[in-house]
Write a protein that binds this ligand. Structure first.
Ligand SMILES: *Cc1c(COP(=O)(O)O)cnc(C)c1O
Ligand SMILES: [Zn+2]
Length: 442
C-alpha cells in the first residue's frame, strides 16, 4: 500500500508541498508548516490491524522497523526509502512506574516516560532520525544540500551531530556560550561537527542560523522544521502501546520551544482519528518560571502572547523566551483541555532531589515537569487514581554539574532538601564499620 504525506500551512492556506522540498514556512502567510498525512489511506487499515503491526515490529531486528519511530513509518514519514533511513534504534524507552515518588504526592498511578534513555541522551533523537533520513533522501534525489545546521540549547545539537556523523553528512551547530552543560558541548565536538559557541542566548542563535540557512543551501534542522515533530509524536504512540493501548488521564511535558508539546498532542490526535484509542488525555505544559512566556499567556486565556527575554535557569534546555512553535502549542493545549504551570528554581531542584531518592536520576527539565506534577496533585487537579505520565526529556547523566551541586547543597540561592555527599575515610576497618553502623541505625 502507498501512503502519502506532505507539508501544509498551519493556518489552512491552500498550498501543499512535497516533504522533499526545502521549505519551512508558508509562502502565502509566512507561518509554520505541518506534515499532513493522507488519513483516508491510513484508515484502510483498522485500529486493531495497526496495533498488531506495531506490536509485531516492536524492537524487532527487521530494518528499520525495530526503531520505535520507524516501526510506525506509515504514520510518521512514509516518503523515505528504507535504504535512506538514518537510525540508531530510537525509542522503546522505559515507561517507569514511579511508585515511591507518586505515593509522596498521593498519586497511585504516576509513570515516567524515560525518553532520555536514548542514543544521545534526550528525546531529540526521535525527531532527528526523521529529519536526517529525509536529508539523506533529498541528497540521493540530487538536491543541493551542502550541510545541515541548527541552533540549540544543547540536545538538538547533540542529536543532529550524531545522526549526521552516522550518515556522513556535514553539519554545523550554534550554541549559546556557557548556557549548555559540558556534556552537551562535548557531544558534537566528539563527532567532529563544526560547533559554534556564540556570545548570545538561544533566541540569538536561532536568528543567525535561519539567515545562514536561507542564503547558503544549508538545511535547517530546528523544530520549526516540522519533520522533527513527526518523529517526536511517537512518544504518544509508544506510551500508549506500553500501557496496552490505554490512554492516561494527564501527560506532563516540559516546554521550551514548544515543539514537543505540539508533537505529543499530534500523536494522540492521530491515534484517535485512526481508531487506535478512544479517548484523549489532558496535556500539561511545564515551564521554568524564569522562562515562562506561555504560562503568562495561558493566564490570560492564551490571548496576547508576548515573547520575553528568558532569564538564566537551571533548566537550560528550556531557557527560551521566543518559542518558535507557540501557535501550534496553543492550538494543541486548547484542543486537549490543556494546563500550563510553572516551577521556580528551588521547586525544580528539590523535585529532582526527591525523585532521585526514589531511584531516578533527574535532569532539570524533567524536574520542572515533576515540580509541576507535585503542584497539580496538591491543588487537587490530579486525583489520587488518575494515571499521569511525565515525559522525562533527557538523561540526568548529561547534567552531572547540576546533580553534584544540588546534592552537595552548593546551588546558589537554593536550599537542598535532599543533600548528600560521599564520606571520605582512611582505609581503616574500624572507622569504616563504625561509620556504616551509625548510618544504618544499628
Ligand atoms: C528540547 C528540550 C525540551 C523542550 O522541548 P521543546 O520542544 O523545545 O519545548 C525539554 N527538555 C529537554 C531536555 C530538551 O532537550
Ligand atoms: Zn499560510
Amino acid at each position: 500500500m502507498e501512503f502519502r504525506a506532505w507539508f501544509q500551512c498551519i493556518n489552512g492556506c491552500s498550498g501543499q508541498y512535497e516533504l522533499t522540498e526545502i521549505i519551512y514556512r508558508c509562502p502565502d502567510c509566512g507561518d509554520l508548516l505541518e506534515v499532513q498525512h493522507d488519513m483516508d489511506l491510513l484508515k484502510k487499515r483498522s485500529g486493531d490491524e495497526w496495533k498488531r503491526i506495531f506490536m509485531d515490529r516492536y524492537r524487532t531486528n527487521d530494518w528499520p522497523y525495530g526503531s520505535s519511530v520507524w516501526g510506525k513509518k506509515e504514520l510518521v514519514c512514509p516518503n523515505v526509502d528504507n535504504d535512506n533511513v538514518v537510525s540508531t534504534f530510537e525509542g522503546g524507552t522505559n515507561l517507569f512506574w514511579a511508585e515511591r515518588l507518586g505515593k509522596q504526592w498521593g498519586l497511585e498511578d504516576l509513570w515516567i516516560k524515560q525518553c532520555g534513555m536514548a542514543h544521545t541522551g534526550s528525546f531529540k533523537d526521535l525527531g532527528m532520525t526523521v529529519l536526517v533520513s529525509m536529508v539523506k533522501q533529498m541528497i540521493a534525489n540530487g538536491k543541493n544540500i551542502r550541510a545541515v545546521a541548527c541552533a540549540s540549547t544543547g540536545d538538538t545539537s547533540a542529536a543532529l551531530a550524531a545522526y549526521c556523523a552516522v550518515a556522513g553528512i556535514p553539519a554545523i551547530v550554534f550554541l549559546p556560550k556557557n548556557k549548555v552543560s559540558l556534556t552537551q558541548l562535548i557531544q558534537p565536538i566528539t563527532h567532529g561537527i563544526l560547533t559554534l559557541s556564540l556570545d548570545t542566548d538561544f533566541d540569538g542563535c536561532m536568528k543567525l542560523v535561519q539567515k545562514l540557512c536561507a542564503e547558503n543551501d544549508i538545511y535547517l534542522a530546528n523544530s520549526m522544521n516540522s519533520l522533527r515533530i513527526e518523529g517526536q509524536k511517537t512518544i504518544s504512540f509508544e506510551l500508549v502501546q506500553q500501557s496496552n493501548w490505554e490512554v492516561p488521564d494527564f501527560v506532563v511535558i516540559p516546554g521550551g520551544n514548544l515543539g514537543n508539546v505540539s508533537a505529543v498532542g499530534k500523536g494522540f490526535q492521530m491515534l484517535y482519528d485512526l481508531g487506535i484509542i478512544s479517548k484523549l488525555p489532558r496535556l500539561v505544559c511545564a515551564q521554568a518560571e524564569r522562562a515562562a512566556p506561555l504560562y503568562r499567556s495561558y493566564k490570560k486565556g492564551f490571548k496576547n502572547f508576548k515573547p520575553i527575554r528568558a532569564k538564566k535557569t537551571l533548566a537550560s534546555a528550556i531557557q527560551i523566551g521566543d518559542p518558535v512553535s507557540v501557535k501550534k502549542a496553543m492550538r494543541t493545549l486548547k484542543a486537549f483541555d490543556g494546563i500550563v504551570e510553572k516551577a521556580t528554581e528551588s521547586e525544580l531542584a528539590n523535585a529532582a532531589g526527591r525523585a532521585n531518592r526514589t531511584g531516578l536520576l533527574c535532569c532539570p527539565h524533567t524536574a520542572v515537569a515533576l515540580a509541576v506534577t507535585e503542584k497539580l496533585a496538591r491543588r487537587g487537579v490530579f486525583k489520587p487514581t488518575d494515571r499521569i505520565v511525565v515525559i522525562s526529556t533527557a538523561n540526568g547523566l548529561k547534567f552531572t554539574d547540576f546533580l553534584t551541586k544540588y546534592h552537595m547543597n552548593k546551588l546558589k540561592g537554593i536550599e537542598s532538601e535532599f543533600p548528600f555527599s560521599a564520606v571520605e575515610l582512611p582505609a581503616d576497618y574500624d572507622r569504616v564499620r563504625d561509620t556504616i553502623l551509625e548510618n544504618i541505625g544499628a
